[in-house]
Design a protein around this ligand. Structure first.
Ligand SMILES: [Zn+2]
Length: 103
């Protein structure tokens, strides 16, 4: 994915629906499509790295981008995604068990 030129613009708000106001900021250049590895899930998802914590979250494919901003220090574009579209995996418990040793 190519990098967009940096524009020192104020956050662009394109909120259309009050229900979409609850958002979570992710780095636009970290977003990637994938498929959930849950043994009983396999849903099409989208990975993205959360700003600040750097934690990777998965969202349902086609998650709504409610707003765009730019992180001042890194000039990375931040997409503010609909928090309601965070992938609620039926296999969440399986993943927690899998990753227990890696943290
Ligand atoms: Zn899943």
């Amino acid at each position: 994915m190519s990098e967009l030129p940096f524009r020192p613009a104020p956050p662009l708000l394109v909120q259309r629906d009050p229900a979409l106001r609850s958002t979570i900021g992710v780095y636009a250049d970290s977003r990637g499509l994938g498929k959930c590895r849950g043994p009983n899930c396999g849903a099409p998802i989208e990975w993205a790295q959360v700003t600040g914590s750097g934690r990777r979250l998965c969202f349902n494919r086609g998650v709504t981008r409610c707003a765009i901003s730019y992180e001042p220090a890194s000039r990375r574009r931040v997409d503010h995604l609909d928090r309601a579209a965070i992938h609620a995996c039926p296999d969440a418990a399986v993943f927690r068990a899998e990753h227990k040793d890696q943290r």
